[in-house]
Write a protein that binds this ligand. Structure first.
Ligand SMILES: Cc1cc2nc3c(=O)[nH]c(=O)nc-3n(C[C@H](O)[C@H](O)[C@H](O)COP(=O)(O)O)c2cc1C
Length: 275
């Protein structure tokens, strides 16, 4: 995909609440062979973004920079920006670069959902690469708002790092005894709405938990409170870029405990047609 680079001045909004934007110095409709709003991705002063170019008529398009992107890029009204944009075409491939040796499970999906329990005790058995790939691939298969797929998965198997993560948490000692911890992070720029960012990443976590269970392993979701000491520590240890935030972790291993299933259906919480 061709990348267009240009410099442009960030305009000052004419009134309170108006948009701040740069004008695209070429006819984006002709260049990208698209009409209406055009999905693009790129960089402003090296800060990554994903958005729509907005048509203003006669082939003129603008790139809006919201407050968050302006802050991340460290730019202000009147500044000259270095912009790179390219068409953002969502690939329809099922998986890009995933191992060809993804595992399969004989457990049906309903059984997986109804028998999954959190597992917090693990054996010493390591988890092989294909199994890890299968779990992470399940994360990638989750639904996400506007299919933005804002997640990143940090796979930690180094025992020292597992110990460090556990040691610097209030109540995540389970990580220390796990064979692997996946830290699920979200890209605030790609998914600008915080609610959607958390929902997208949570959907990927649940996909992974079900896959873990379906493969005969065990795992537990470890929640991360935003802005907490633990969250800041994770940022430092795994060297997250500013726009990426840790949303949750999964401690994974072969189960050394068995938790019974129980009937969770609660008819007082099911409402038909009205509350
Ligand atoms: C957002 C979220 C955060 C969680 N954080 C933790 C945690 O920090 N430590 C933990 O042991 N379990 C954690 N859990 C797991 C819950 O405790 C567990 O899912 C719940 O008790 C129900 O048990 P089950 O998973 O066996 O069905 C978390 C679950 C969710 C959804």
């Amino acid at each position: 995909m061709k990348v267009h680079s240009f410099q442009a001045i960030l305009n000052k909004p004419e009134k309170v609440g108006a948009l701040s934007f740069v004008t695209i110095p070429f006819n984006a409709s002709q260049e990208f062979q698209k009409k209406g709003r055009i999905k693009v991705k790129g960089k402003v002063n090296n800060c990554v973004f994903r958005t729509n170019l907005i048509p203003k008529g006669n082939g003129v398009y603008i790139l809006v920079l919201d407050k968050e992107l302006r802050n991340l890029a460290g730019v202000n009204y009147g500044d000259m920006l270095f912009v790179e944009i390219e068409l953002d075409e969502v690939s329809n491939l099922v998986s890009i670069g995933a191992s060809k040796n993804l595992k399969v499970s004989s457990m049906d999906v309903i059984t997986a959902i109804t028998t999954r329990r959190s597992i917090r005790e693990f054996t010493d058995q390591d988890i092989d690469d294909d199994t890890i790939q299968t779990i992470v691939n399940a994360g990638f298969c989750a639904p996400s708002a506007k299919n933005k797929r804002p997640w990143h998965f940090i796979v930690i198997r180094d025992k020292k790092t597992l110990f460090d993560l556990s040691n610097n948490s209030l109540d995540h000692q389970v990580i220390q005894g796990s064979a692997c911890c996946v830290i699920i992070c979200g890209d605030k720029v790609i998914q600008g709405m915080n609610e959607f960012l958390i929902e997208d990443c949570s959907a990927s976590i649940q996909n992974m938990l079900l896959t873990i269970h379906g493969l005969g392993l065990g795992g537990v979701w470890c929640g991360i409170c935003s802005g907490s000491k633990e969250s800041k520590h994770i940022n430092e240890v795994i060297e997250l870029p500013v726009k990426i935030i840790p949303i949750g972790m999964i401690a994974i291993g072969y189960p050394a405990e068995q938790n019974e299933n129980y009937d969770r259906f609660d008819k007082s919480k099911v409402h038909y047609e009205k509350w």
